[in-house]
Design a binder for this molecule. Structure first.
Ligand code: KG4
Ligand code: ZN
Length: 353
């Protein structure tokens, strides 16, 4: 069972081919990240135009890397939500067209669910991948931490899941990106903050954590404002001082300690709730998906506090990619999930779990 996965929900145009839900044959990603860097975040119009230019070459490359032809492909899986409308449209319309022309069954994939299925990939013929040695077991507690999503989900089995909690405002990666922009650090903010945080004191600032009581929900807007206020105060300015002028005035030491302190509490926020859910539901495995899964701080805190080890996948499969979409598509095909009508599949920018 070989499935082609197509992903275009944000700024990565991606296609990957996975066999039987565990074996990676190809994973091709073209990112428009450089085009967004000077704006400090993804510009939807630019992302959509870039997808149009890249999508066909990326799909062709994924077939050629996998050493397969269309005849070998058993189905097409495509992200139809959640994501940016213009970006999703490019992937979905391409997949619909290919499904009709090449006569392949079509599967619609929830992007957030896809992030978790990156962890089901355990072997590959491609070089440069560090993969988990075995697939996660159900019940499975999944934490999705990316630029667009922060969610805690409990899977009892494939396609049988319960959304435990989600962010009320920013996603954790988005909060990193915004704090990085305020500190004058390059986009994407997660890795920039992680790098600078090494030189800072993670306890220099006591930013508040949003607790949200006994729920599994997250919030990052309060701590984000607390960072702004602390930076203004540090410079002897009041709350009217514009955030875009802070980066020039803060010293490197101050920035490093702000980065380290914010990173600590942002990661604690999601780790606290993961531990809470782990203790409540006693899952057999805990799986992390999304770009922030590569954060050394999240790995450190989880290793210190979680009772079971986590098998992380390769960084290239944590950030947005087509292979994770293909992996979930394989399970949909293998477990006889309904095939989607290629003439009517629509995008769902606000799709939730
Ligand atoms: O999963 P992803 O590629 O895209 C979305 O679905 O959003 O995640 C991108 C996010 C960005 O916010 C970026 O700052 C963050 O993941 N990120 C990281 C790291 N690599 C990417 N955050 C912390 N540490 C990293 N190494
Ligand atoms: Zn993502």
């Amino acid at each position: 069972m070989k499935i082609l996965g197509i992903e275009s929900s944000c700024d990565e145009t991606a296609a990957g081919i996975v066999e039987n839900g565990n074996h990676l044959l190809s994973n091709v990603v073209a990112t428009s990240m450089d085009l967004h860097a000077k704006y400090g975040g993804v510009v939807p119009e630019i992302a959509a135009r870039s997808h149009i230019e890249s999508i066909i070459p990326v799909i062709e490359q994924s077939l050629s890397d996998a050493n397969v032809v269309w005849r070998d492909i058993d189905g097409i899986a495509v992200t139809n939500g959640a994501g940016l409308g213009g970006s999703l449209l490019v992937g979905v319309l391409t997949a619909r067209t290919l499904s009709i022309v090449k006569q392949k069954p079509l599967y619609a994939i929830n992007h957030v669910e896809g992030h978790i299925y990156a962890n089901f990939i355990t072997s590959t013929t491609l070089s440069g991948y560090r993969l988990p040695s075995s697939q996660p077991e159900f019940p499975l507690l999944g934490l999705i931490v990316s630029g667009g999503h922060s969610q805690l989900v409990l899977w009892n089995n494939h396609f049988d899941y319960l959304l435990l909690g989600r962010t009320h405002d920013d996603a954790i990666g988005e909060a990193f990106d915004k704090i990085a922009k305020m500190l004058g650090l390059p986009y994407p903010g997660g890795p920039s903050i992680a790098e600078l945080a090494i030189h800072g004191d993670a306890y220099a600032y006591n930013f508040p954590k949003a607790n949200l009581g006994a729920t599994y929900d997250f919030s990052f807007s309060g701590p984000k404002t607390a960072v702004l206020r602390a930076a203004q105060l540090q410079l002897g300015m009041d709350y009217n001082f514009p955030s875009y002028k802070l980066a020039d005035k803060l010293t490197m030491d101050q920035k490093a300690s702000i980065a380290a302190s914010f990173q600590r509490i942002a990661v604690e926020t999601v780790v606290d709730k993961t531990i809470l859910a782990f203790n409540e539901f006693s899952p057999s495995s805990v799986v992390i998906g999304g770009g922030v899964a590569s954060s050394p701080e999240i790995r450190r805190q989880l290793a210190a506090r979680l009772a079971i080890p986590i098998n992380y996948t390769d960084h290239k499969l944590c950030t947005d990619n087509g292979a994770m979409i293909a992996a979930l598509g394989c399970f949909k095909a293998l477990l006889k999930q309904p095939v989607i009508d290629p003439y009517s599949l629509d995008i769902m920018p606000n799709l939730s779990m």
